[in-house]
Design a protein around this ligand. Structure first.
Ligand code: FE2
Length: 362
């Protein structure tokens, strides 16, 4: 099952936002993405404005509708700015679509070909959790800047944040729904359950969650799924579900090879991160052993460290990137460890709960 069809990589993530023009500036000036392509009224597109943003291998598409009744406008109104489409590049689009729909995925768009003078771009879509769409993209015969209908528009970023590629994309689903979506990804995309964290591993005095990490056979596509668990107070996952009005993408983790430089640059540009108490660093070395980075530097920036049998990782989480406590980003630097920072869950969630309490939602 796991090699039913070959998923190569994350092709792009499309965010539906209230104001794509301003969002493009946020991701450019704040996160160091450069604008590479655009479509809108002035390119002949009457319904949607989209900005294609790139950094390393990461591609974000920011889209806003021009009419309030357009599905993008309705979804952005309901969920706030959110990751609406997870696009996966596949070797064989027809096979991906036909196998996944034959195995239970609901079709959103059947295989469609669009062409321009640079070649043929093919895609199809199925429904995932909540309103999230999973898009299959086959672009081996396409040589344009992004897709037909887009024109090149180069606006470089002055910020060198050093983000390289997507490590994982995490979804939050309603209580009792996680196993359904584990089975969904197993059957429709051929992903396998890599590891499951139960609420004993991921609980604080107050809130709890359960998480299952799904990944493809190459490990390039990692899609963890969280659901809330019962705690003394409201789970952070429940808070997300309420403000997102349903299941959706909670965070996108981006790889860097130098998290100290990346986080320094992002903080300078105004990106806000979750902070951890200085006590976290007091016992750090006894917990994770020797690491290449200076612990003083990590403490100054609030970067977390975790170690497992294969190595260690460094990670940090941004504050939500819109007013609703929904989508946020993770920056991660891996040194052998292929984990998700399990050892940090408790201190991390305590940090999230402090913010949740400030919002009046704990
Ligand atoms: Fe993560």
């Amino acid at each position: 099952m796991s090699d039913a069809f070959s998923i190569q990589t994350f092709d792009h993530l499309e965010l539906y936002v209230g104001n794509a023009k301003q969002a493009a500036m946020f991701y450019r000036c704040g996160f160091g993405f450069q604008t590479i392509a655009y479509r809108g009224l002035d390119t002949g597109e009457r319904n949607v404005a989209s900005y294609v943003m790139r950094q390393g291998e990461i591609c974000l598409v920011l889209s806003s509708a021009l009419d309030p009744n357009h599905p993008i406008a309705l979804k952005a109104a309901k969920h706030g700015d959110h990751v609406a489409v997870v696009a996966l590049s596949v070797e064989d689009l027809d096979r991906a679509f036909h196998l996944s729909t034959a195995r239970g995925a609901l079709a959103a768009i059947s295989p469609t070909e669009e062409t321009d003078e640079t070649g043929s771009y093919r895609y199809a879509m199925i429904y995932g959790y909540g309103n999230t769409l999973i898009k299959f993209v086959q672009r081996d015969l396409y040589h344009g800047v992004f897709a037909p209908g887009f024109v090149p528009r180069e606006i470089p970023s002055r910020l060198n944040a050093g983000l390289i590629k997507i490590d994982h994309v995490v979804g939050n689903v309603e209580k009792g729904q996680m196993n359904h979506w584990v089975e969904f990804f197993k059957h429709t995309l051929g992903l396998e359950l890599l590891i499951k964290f139960d609420d004993r591993a991921i609980s604080t005095d107050y809130s709890a969650l359960t998480s299952s990490v799904m990944q493809n056979s190459t490990g390039v596509i990692k899609l963890p799924i969280n659901e809330p668990a019962i705690g003394k107070r409201k789970s952070q996952i429940q808070e997300f579900l309420e403000y997102n009005h349903g299941a959706g993408i909670q965070h996108v983790a981006c790889i860097t090879h130098n998290i100290v430089e990346t986080v320094t640059a992002l903080k300078d540009s105004g990106i806000e991160f979750l902070s951890v108490p200085s006590s976290y660093y007091a016992e750090l070395e006894s917990r994770v052993g020797k690491i290449d980075q200076s612990i003083e530097q990590l403490a100054r920036l609030g970067i977390l460290v975790d170690r497992d049998a294969e190595g260690y990782l460094l990670q940090i989480f941004t504050q939500p990137v819109q007013d609703r406590p929904t989508l946020f980003f993770e920056i991660i630097e891996r040194h052998g460890s292929q984990g998700f920072g399990e050892g940090n869950f408790k201190s991390l969630f305590e940090a999230i709960e402090r913010e949740q309490a400030l919002r009046g939602n704990l």
